[in-house]
Design a protein around this ligand. Structure first.
Ligand SMILES: C[S@@+](CC[C@H](N)C(=O)[O-])C[C@H]1O[C@@H](n2cnc3c(N)ncnc32)[C@H](O)[C@@H]1O
Length: 603
């Protein structure tokens, strides 16, 4: 089929793109092609049709070459910019000044000329010169061949937005109704770092992050966010709207920062779009729309979530509720009682950044094989069963796929003991030292040889309750020791460790209760790279949930998870469990337990 498609005339391809390019079901496409040609079942199956659609995809959808990566180049297809304009029109937005901060091939500018008659001025900036010219010619052709009546003054600048001086545009726009519109670059500052690119504003730390946040990843955000912030700062007194296509994570960050940043924006809505279809990008993205009128400022700092397909139906609202950031304000209202402070400290699993050496599989001959496929004969003592995110797929974990070498019991501990206590392991690690030396993260600098992170006495607790940080699944798994040895978790997981199985089973049941599960649904963002973080888990007020659960309820919960675990519990143990934590310090002493329901102390 592909070779046949290559011989189709351009005019036919254009027609096909127009008629079937937006259809997803091959049967619907077949009906249209039957109407055109009389051929039945033009596409035999969905696969035929998908191949055709791939071919019809305009080249501008694809990010153009690796050298454009630093410019976050994902051009908006005209069909999308057209429907965004029509959508804005339906929402009653009728600007007389348009500002497109990074106009690319000009989709938004061209759509605005096609659909809006009231526009007086259009301003656009673009760094890539070929796009700058392409947009100019496209506008020219539109006027030569089209039947456009309105001819606004158009100012296009080939410039770097981060160096551009908006003062003149701001001054000439203050009395107008403006629309800041576009699709700023899709690239993060850490990607720019690895590309050695300087496509950043001079004051790149716009959000005044500290060094630790920069290391932990909180400092990694999209250039698009910079662009939106710049626009909000450049047009503080203007009336009108901002409508930007961007990743959902960018919108979340904006709303998160609203209380402290005071941008004076209101009526915020995120209309989800199909980023895979329009940009061939595996991210969740939306059209973020807000009003710019300072008087209409939304002090609640909340954003409605809808979809571009059915904009009138509001799926949920996220943002701030009584000083807490939540993903679903309505669901949160029903469960906010349990949003407090966890009485236990959640821990991230072991981090070593050297999986081919440190992670092993056990062979039938009880020897181990590393990630390079090499068989190795080493002492068992420092080898533990390893649970990864993908293993946390059932209420109780009984199967082991992997093992991990645990070289330290606490961060920074000397590793010299390995040489004389476990000579075979020492030889194995030494032979692979160059792999450890290649670890890029600064956390390993000036640390003992073969150092690991995310390790402490808590790692060696026999019983654990764990959740994957990466998966959408919100349920918690119970991890039991295997052959008398505790299991370790990798750094994609979070866990609590206990010495006693009864306590563990109770905590596991509480975390899987409807109270905690609903609270998690109300405070987590499932489209985030890591929906479950230590910050989120530390908000789970386990003791408050325990206060509200009877023994019958907790037993029913355990039974629903794994009936066999009921042997570890009874009513007296439940009462003792609830009592014993009152004002007891966390075993590591770094946080007091807040388990205080018996005394009626709210947290
Ligand atoms: C995601 S594309 C979108 C283009 C256009 N707004 C659209 O909707 O099709 C981002 C555009 O930003 C441009 N760009 C990247 N960095 C820029 C900068 N520092 N100044 C101006 N434009 C920039 C890129 O060349 C690219 O055309």
């Amino acid at each position: 089929m592909q070779s046949a498609i290559k011989n189709i005339q351009h005019a036919t391809l254009d027609l096909l793109t127009d008629r079937i390019g937006r259809i997803t079901d091959y049967r619907e496409a077949n009906k249209i092609l039957y109407g055109l040609s009389g051929i039945n079942s033009f596409f035999r199956h969905q696969e035929d049709f998908s191949t055709m659609l791939e071919f019809l995809k305009p080249s501008y959808v694809v990010c153009e070459g690796s050298d454009r990566r630093e410019y976050g180049d994902y051009q908006t297809p005209p069909e999308l910019s057209d429907s965004i304009w029509l959508h804005l029109k339906a929402e009653g937005i009728s600007p007389d000044v348009i500002i497109e901060p990074t106009f690319g091939k000009g989709s938004f500018i061209i759509s605005s000329l096609k659909y809006f008659q009231e526009i007086r001025k259009i301003y656009g900036i673009e760094i890539h010169e070929p796009y700058y010219w392409q947009t100019k010619f496209a506008i020219l052709e539109l006027f030569i061949h089209g039947s456009l009546i309105n001819k606004p003054d158009i100012y296009l600048y080939h410039d770097n937005i981060f160096k551009f001086d908006f003062k003149e545009i701001t001054a000439s726009s203050e009395d107008g109704d403006i629309l800041i519109l576009g699709n700023p670059p899709w690239v993060t500052n850490s990607e720019l770092g690895s590309l050695n690119s300087g496509n950043l504003p001079e004051k790149s730390n716009l959000k005044s992050l500290n060094g630790l946040d920069a290391i932990t990843g909180k400092g990694n955000f999209d250039i698009c966010e910079y662009v939106i912030l710049m626009m909000l700062k450049s047009f503080p007194k203007c009336k009108g709207h901002l409508a930007m296509l961007t990743k959902n994570s960018v919108i979340r960050n904006l709303i998160y920062d609203l209380p402290s940043m005071k941008y004076g924006i209101g009526s915020m809505t995120a209309f989800k779009i199909d980023a895979k279809k329009y940009f061939n990008a595996a991210v969740e993205a939306s059209l973020f729309k807000c009003s710019l009128d300072g008087n209409d400022k939304d002090i609640s700092c909340r954003c409605k979530v809808s979809s571009f397909i059915s904009p009138q139906s509001i799926k949920n609202t996220f943002g701030w509720v009584n000083g807490k950031f939540v993903s679903d304000t309505v669901l949160y209202e029903h469960n906010k009682k349990y949003d407090g402070v966890s009485p236990f400290i959640w821990r991230q699993g072991i981090k070593h950044d050297c999986s081919n050496v440190m992670e092993l599989e056990m062979l039938p001959n009880s020897k181990y094989r590393n990630g390079f496929g090499q068989e190795t004969d080493i002492e068992d003592e420092l080898i533990y069963g390893l649970i990864k995110s993908s293993d946390l797929n059932s209420p109780v974990i009984t199967q082991l796929r992997k093992y991990v070498i645990v070289t330290q019991r606490m961060i920074g501990e000397s590793t010299t003991y390995i040489e004389y206590k476990f000579p075979k392991l020492h030889q194995y690690l030494t032979e692979n030292k160059h792999h450890f030396d290649q670890r890029k993260s600064s956390i390993y600098k000036n640390k003992p040889l073969f150092s690991i992170f995310g390790v402490g006495e808590y790692s060696f607790k026999p019983y654990k309750v764990a959740i994957s940080g990466l998966y959408k699944r919100s349920t918690f798994s119970l991890i039991l020791p295997v052959n008398g040895k505790p299991l370790m978790l990798d750094d994609t997981c979070y866990h609590l460790g206990f010495d006693n199985i009864t306590e563990t089973v109770f905590v596991w049941a509480i975390l899987n209760s409807v109270h905690v599960q609903e609270l998690l649904a109300a405070i987590t963002f499932l489209d985030a790279k890591r929906p479950y973080t230590k910050d989120v888990l530390m908000r789970l007020d386990i003791n408050q949930v325990a206060c509200d659960m009877t023994y019958e309820e907790i037993a029913a919960q355990i039974e629903s998870l794994d009936k066999a675990m009921l042997v570890n519990v009874n009513e007296n143990k439940w009462i003792t469990f609830r009592e014993q934590f009152t004002n007891v310090k966390d075993k590591e002493g770094d946080q007091p337990s807040l388990f205080a329901c018996q005394k009626g102390v709210g947290v």
